[in-house]
Design a binder for this molecule. Structure first.
Ligand code: 5GP
Length: 177
């Protein structure tokens, strides 16, 4: 399949994703039984994961989206372009940041730094996908759906140059010849 100038091949099916989401939700349901977490999904990439995950959460909870982005094309630029959102007070709240994918962890680190000063009782991270870089760096992510190497993926909310977010399966970029 081609998106703009690049070839992508099938990688992870919608069914595999569904199972991974269910597993993450099950763990969160067990851990937050007597709590009322505030989910903070990071737009744009996590909108589909957040939608599917939240529908599997069975206790009382709130959701507040933020927007952050450090990507330009296929390589992490390391610069967070925007961080907007959160109207709720985070004081004494149990926060769960919802990410589509953690790669270098820079976006997440920046989020954690910003949230750290706002008095939350606890802050954990749920991500659908985690790349090898993040594992090697030892970035703390409590809930991980699927582990990847360092392939670039599109679909299920993740884009390549703004396209492909609507794909229900995940595709990975063919290395350039
Ligand atoms: P990090 O700051 O961890 O390097 O990157 C985090 C953000 O970069 C993710 O939330 C996501 O938007 C984007 N990103 C990282 N890896 C990929 C990838 O393989 N595909 C796509 N489409 N976006 C990615």
């Amino acid at each position: 399949m081609k998106i703009k100038d690049h070839d992508f091949k099938p990688f992870i099916t919608a069914e595999q994703i569904r199972q991974a989401v269910q597993t993450v939700a099950g763990r969160i349901n067990a851990d937050y039984k007597k709590k009322e977490p505030l989910f903070i999904p990071v737009l744009n990439g996590s909108f589909i994961f957040a939608g599917d995950l939240l529908r599997q959460i069975n206790g009382s909870c709130q959701v507040s989206f933020v927007k952050a982005s450090s990507y330009n094309g296929m390589a992490s630029s390391g610069q967070l372009k925007t961080l907007i959102g959160i109207e709720e007070s985070l004081f004494n709240r149990d926060i769960i940041i919802v990410e589509d994918i953690v790669d270098t962890g820079l976006t997440l680190q920046r989020m954690l730094d910003e949230l750290g000063s706002l008095g939350a009782r606890s802050v954990e991270v749920a991500t659908l996908l985690r790349k090898r870089t993040a594992r090697e760096k030892g970035i703390q992510v409590k809930y991980v759906g699927l582990e990847l190497e360092d392939e670039f993926v599109v679909g299920y909310g993740l884009d390549y140059e703004g396209l492909g977010r609507n794909l229900t399966d995940l595709y990975k970029a063919h290395p350039r010849a």
